[in-house]
Design a protein around this ligand. Structure first.
Ligand SMILES: *[C@@H]1O[C@H](CO)[C@@H](O)[C@H](O)[C@H]1NC(C)=O
Ligand SMILES: *[C@@H]1O[C@H](CO)[C@@H](O)[C@H](O)[C@H]1NC(C)=O
Ligand SMILES: *[C@@H]1O[C@H](CO)[C@@H](O)[C@H](O)[C@H]1NC(C)=O
Ligand SMILES: *[C@@H]1O[C@H](CO)[C@@H](O)[C@H](O)[C@H]1NC(C)=O
Length: 551
């Protein structure tokens, strides 16, 4: 008996070390580079935009004016569109619904052009997608998930007051969605609109900051937007950033410009995350922005000169009195990377290229290795380079976090139409998943499994949840986190946020279950209403996420 106990202790000690030591030093820890799996060689469209829904299905779409895709619309349906610039009659799909659990997909029907649009999940679980190009630039499209195979897009073509091509969306504490900017749009508006026809509270509201931050090619598109715990919006365009009181259309504060003056927004697309907001300590908010491309890189790339991308990351603790950027260097330079919060609170940077910028044919030297950034790691192991995917993901590629902890990756089409021949980087129609190191088999003994949790969480209200884990280490290595699913396109995961919930009490239910008393997020500014994935993290290993709804 005591021998067995010793063996288990020794084993757990060894395995725990794998969490903090890389495989080079300690060969016992295999799987430290993560693993790539091809899910679908072709879903028929190129996943330029993706959103995970609370039923673990993913809506993906590209654009209607790409010409015929490789997926037919069902029942002989066709899209008749006199405005389409590629095909007036198109019997192929440009949107799909991918089912994570069964690894299958079906075509969806979208009528107006969704190219370079934006989106957010409404608090009721419907995806609200806004804008696009051409006949779709003022459209709102709603996708409401269903269990049957019948649900599809519902479109409201003239809903928006302005054209929204390359705009950014953010869900707000009152459940509305703000839509900011877009090409040559220096303003913002809201969805839904105020129903009162005489009201001006739906916008558009002028935002001079967007006009001021344009570069020589009129580009500062897809501004980075994060809802801060004080209720204001962090808005970042190229090198400058502000805190915006959107209710009073007032800039509360301008932050210092990011040093290393490389622009970070489209087409110099870096990426951005709001680090986890931790309710177990005084509330802080910190932004990390990584990658981008030097000024002029877009024009240079157009002339065939592919300038090296930026390798710097900047961190700004916006909740400080006088925030200052702290700069760090990534092991690989990258433009068009996607930054996603992993359930552990670490950040994965995936997709993109080392040279050039976003735009048609403007990227070279794909970076196929993701990098994991540990915001709290000691400086010598902040960044870890992961295994390479066999598939380059350039312009128009995407990534989203799944509830099972994997990262779904798709898209890549730097060409004006679908192009599979005579090009360096053919249009990619595949879906792949990256399993970060925490999913490798040697960590299974530490992986918690949630056995029960409330489906509805109330702001500031205590709740309890139960989980089970084969090898329990200690109360000190436990946390409970909620993650909002992102709408990802063009290197920006809109609406993504993580809140580390206040953990009040841990109790043990022999033989191997544990009960946690946790408190729901304290305010709607910290966690706006809607669906989140809840993870229990034990010794750096997350459970699968359970969907919860915050009211
Ligand atoms: C898409 O269809 C075209 C034309 O039939 C074919 O040449 C191409 O290989 C297909 N691409 C993929 C990725 O399936
Ligand atoms: C959610 O709200 C939107 C309006 O914002 C509506 O179109 C949609 O039908 C609603 N979905 C559900 C599931 O009620
Ligand atoms: C970093 O450490 C702080 C303080 O220990 C903790 O509250 C926070 O959740 C940690 N962040 C991450 C990303 O793990
Ligand atoms: C694909 O790209 C090649 C090289 O630029 C071009 O010649 C060809 O016309 C393109 N094909 C399509 C379908 O656009």
């Amino acid at each position: 008996m005591s021998n067995l106990f010793l063996l288990i202790s020794l084993l757990s000690l060894l395995m725990f070390h794998c969490l903090i030591i890389t495989s080079e030093i300690f060969p016992f820890c295999y799987g430290q580079g993560g693993e790539w799996h091809l899910l679908q060689p072709s879903v028929g469209i190129s996943a330029m935009h993706m959103q995970l829904l609370p039923n673990n299905k993913v809506v993906a779409f590209d654009r209607t004016d790409f010409g015929p895709s490789n997926l037919s619309l069902p029942e002989g349906r066709c899209r008749y569109d006199a405005y389409d610039t590629a095909l007036k009659v198109d019997c192929t799909a440009h949107s799909i619904l991918y089912d994570v659990e069964t690894n299958s997909f079906r075509p969806l029907m979208v009528q107006t052009d969704t190219w370079c649009s934006s989106g957010a999940m409404s608090p009721n679980g419907s995806l609200i997608q806004t804008g696009g190009f051409n006949d779709g630039d003022r459209a709102v499209r709603v996708f409401t998930p269903c269990d049957a195979n019948s649900c599809d897009w519902v479109e409201y073509p003239g809903y928006l007051s302005q054209r929204r091509w390359y705009a950014t969306n953010q869900i707000l504490p009152d459940g509305r969605i703000i839509i900011i900017g877009g090409r040559r749009e220096f303003n913002y508006e809201f969805y839904p609109k105020n129903e009162d026809p005489y009201s001006t509270s739906s916008g558009p509201f002028w935002l001079r900051f967007l006009l001021e931050t344009r570069d020589e090619s009129e580009n500062n598109l897809y501004p980075f937007v994060h809802l801060l715990p004080d209720g204001n919006l962090f808005v970042f365009a190229n090198t400058r950033s502000i805190s915006l009181d959107y209710n009073h259309n007032r800039v509360v504060k301008e932050f210092p410009p990011i040093p290393v003056s490389d622009p970070r927004n489209y087409p110099s697309s870096g990426s951005s995350v709001l680090l986890p907001i931790d309710e177990n300590m005084a509330i802080e908010a910190e932004i990390v922005i990584c990658g981008g491309a030097p000024r002029g890189a877009y024009t240079q790339a157009g002339r065939g000169n592919f300038v090296r991308a930026s390798s710097s990351c900047g961190r700004l603790r916006v909740s400080d009195e006088n925030p200052r950027w702290v700069m760090e260097d990534m092991p690989i330079a990258r433009v068009m990377g996607d930054m996603l919060l992993l359930p552990t609170g670490d950040v994965i940077i995936v997709n993109g290229v080392e040279c050039g910028t976003a735009g048609w044919e403007l990227g070279q030297s794909p970076v196929t290795r993701p990098v994991i950034y540990r915001p709290n790691g000691s400086l010598d192991w902040r960044f870890s380079v992961m295994s390479a995917s066999p598939r380059p993901r350039l312009y128009h590629s995407t990534a989203i976090l799944l509830a099972d902890g994997r990262v779904l990756v798709g898209g890549s089409n730097p060409h004006r139409y679908y192009n599979f021949t005579d090009v360096d980087y053919p249009t990619d129609l595949s879906l792949e998943a990256f399993s970060p190191p925490y999913l490798s088999v040697e960590h299974r003994p530490f992986q918690p499994q949630i056995s029960s949790v409330n489906e509805i969480l109330m702001l500031g209200q205590p709740f309890s949840l139960t989980f089970w884990v084969p090898l329990y280490l200690s109360d000190d290595v436990l946390s409970v986190r909620i993650v909002a699913p992102s709408f990802t396109t063009h290197s920006l995961a809109m609406n993504q946020r993580m809140v580390v919930l206040k953990l009040v009490r841990v109790s043990h239910l022999p033989p191997d279950s544990h009960n946690l008393n946790v408190v729901g997020p304290s305010t709607a500014e910290i966690a706006p209403p809607g669906y989140y994935m809840l993870f229990v993290v034990h010794a750096g290993i997350p459970s699968w996420g359970s969907w919860v709804k915050i009211q």
